[in-house]
Write a protein that binds this ligand. Sequence first.
Ligand code: SAH
Ligand code: MG
Length: 212
Amino acid sequence: MTDALREQFDHYIGTLVTPEDDALRWIQQNAQHNNLPTISVQPVEGYLLGWLVRLVNAKKAVEIGTLAGYSGTWIARALPDDGKLITVEVSSKHADVARAGFERAGVESKVEIMQGAALEVLHKISPRGPFDFVFIDADKVSYPDYLAWSVENVRPGGLITAHNIYRHGQVLNPQDDGDRMIKAFAEQMAADARLDMMVLPLGDALAVARRK
Ligand code: SAH
Ligand code: MG
């Protein structure tokens, strides 16, 4: 299938299931306005994240890589009223932009932004687990480390998910450390006997592993 056709199918699926509302559009505009990179998940991928959160009745979720709060809003909306998303972001600027986004979407009471380098923050929040759902979407070279933390801190039946598994095609022909680490991450996820792993090829592809 060609790239153009793939994009048309992603768009088509989006027309079936994705009600991207004013708040989500505002978050993207706010990201642009603040010159943040345009690297968030696509609407249909955001919907998929929320759907997975609902599928496993997740109450406690962790996101690694907040950016402007776009994917975080999809996740937070899928949580019950007493649910909590801890989202980790190294950039204080991104964290501030995201805070405004979560407020605009009305999910701020369900979201805790933790600013800092993810590995340090994850270490600190471990006692608050086990968690039901993790979404990995920060620096690609650390994906294997984020996976190692997730396997230890997600409950049986919970999900570990990760964005950019295709790396826009480069995973088939790795060019840089990010590409190589994404490939290593996917292989590590598939080989881990504690996980049941699949790749969902929407957008830039989402790895999903169920903790056994
Ligand atoms: N999940 C977001 C996009 C995240 S982009 C969405 O789809 O809407 C990746 C984010 O990870 C950036 O904001 C970047 O600042 C952050 N990041 C990069 N390295 C990090 C690290 N070591 N710890 C925490 N966050 C990091
Ligand atoms: Mg991503």
